[in-house]
Design a protein around this ligand. Structure first.
Ligand code: NAG
Ligand code: NAG
Ligand code: NAG
Length: 361
């Protein structure tokens, strides 16, 4: 009796927790090997794979599948001499939960007195038909194998489906749990199988992990549905508005510890070239600023200005970088006057000979 709330908690996580998640990280991959189901609905990645009447939902061991959410599982169930069935959900449609509890004096092959079944996409309740049999009287086991099994604590499938378990659950030994989903454990991650074949602690549960929405990117936009929280494995892609350059990752991913794989990027502005009547070097080419599109350079671009030698008649280059809309001319740069530019264009500092390498101060 005292195991029921725990079983319920676990099963609620294992069964409903994964419903309606679009991210593959939170729904198990389709398990074909040791599957108990005869058929699985068509696999999918998102609703678009499923046509108009179906949605891409997590269907237990079938993984993400095309399911008609309104489909129902058989209800009410025929009366049974040995068990009582009770709906735990308001309806008996897809993902609804059903508790089957053995009548007093009966139990399931797992050694528990209750199990939870989930309404699957194939309109069947999950798992095998539970069969409650009369609890065996506590008689000594006859064979060695039976004796070993009799000395182990029960590990219901809800637990083995949720955790990877280290240890063999034999009486008098400990096991360790880790969440198969990579999620955090809530509860004790270690348990002890007591001599009377009961666990010392309730089984833990796996907490579902989410990432919080990342901060907004100015002058950029997100190529994803905006949500209040994001599942593990969810990618957010970024784009920048026209004339802004992406500085940082193009994509960030929600990691299993609830953090994003990286901080969101920045969208960096172009810089106006702070010179008009001198040529400058951009990307290896010496150009008049008015010949450059919009007289602007992208974020991160280097612009070399020409400065006059303090006393010799020669020029040397001084480079500055554009950073997010800011590009300062170097302190040595003097903008020629309009008259200088018009009357003596070949005497402009940017047009005279470059200083010899030994000439610099
Ligand atoms: C099993 O043994 C433990 C400790 O010896 C005890 O606390 C617990 O009540 C026992 N459980 C049952 C069902 O007998
Ligand atoms: C999550 O893991 C990453 C690296 O694996 C680490 O940098 C980050 O600090 C972790 N975040 C939290 C909240 O633990
Ligand atoms: C600009 O110069 C810096 C430092 O010299 C260099 O690291 C960077 O790669 C240059 N940027 C471009 C776009 O050439």
């Amino acid at each position: 009796m005292d195991r029921a709330p725990l079983l319920l908690l676990l099963s609620l996580w294992a069964l409903t927790g994964t419903v309606s998640q679009q991210a593959s990280g939170s729904c198990p991959e389709r398990l074909l090997g040791d599957e108990r189901r005869r058929t699985c609905p068509r696999p999918c990645k998102d609703d678009q794979d499923c046509g108009s009447k179906r949605q891409c939902l997590c269907d237990g061991q079938c993984g993400l599948s095309c399911v008609a959410p309104g489909r129902t599982c058989p209800w009410p169930l025929p009366q049974s001499e040995t068990s009582d069935a009770r709906l735990l959900s308001p309806t008996h449609s897809f993902s609804a939960l059903l508790e089957v509890r053995c009548k007093p004096g009966f139990m399931l092959p797992s050694g528990l007195d209750a199990t939870i079944r989930r309404c699957q996409g194939d309109r069947q309740w999950s798992g095998d038909e539970p069969i409650c049999t009369e609890s065996p009287p506590a008689e000594p086991a006859t064979t060695a194998a039976a004796a070993t099994a009799a000395q182990a604590c029960p590990l219901p499938p809800e637990v083995t489906d949720t955790f990877s378990i280290e240890g063999d659950a034999a009486a008098g030994t400990s096991i360790r749990y880790s969440c198969l989903s990579g999620a955090d454990i809530v509860g004790s991650s270690e348990n002890f199988c007591q001599e009377n074949r009961t666990w010392q602690y309730p089984h833990p549960i796996c907490k579902k992990v989410y990432c919080q929405p990342p901060s907004e990117v100015e002058q950029g936009y997100v190529v994803a549905v905006q949500k209040t929280e994001y599942e593990v494995g969810f990618d957010i892609h970024y784009l920048c508005k026209k004339n802004f350059l992406l500085d940082g990752p193009q994509k960030i991913t929600c990691m299993s510890n609830g953090s994003w794989s990286a901080a969101p990027p920045h969208c960096r502005a172009r810089c106006l070239i702070p010179a008009e009547r001198s040529r400058v070097v951009i990307g290896g080419a010496k150009r008049w600023p008015f010949d450059v599109t919009d007289a602007m350079v992208p974020h991160g671009e280097n612009v070399t200005f020409f400065c006059k030698h303090p006393w010799k008649h020669c020029s040397f280059g001084a480079a500055q970088s554009c950073f997010d809309g800011k590009l300062q001319p170097p302190a040595c740069y003097l903008e020629p006057t309009w008259l200088q530019y018009k009357l003596f264009p070949h005497r402009l500092v940017s047009e005279i000979d470059a200083c010899e390498s030994g000439d610099e101060e």
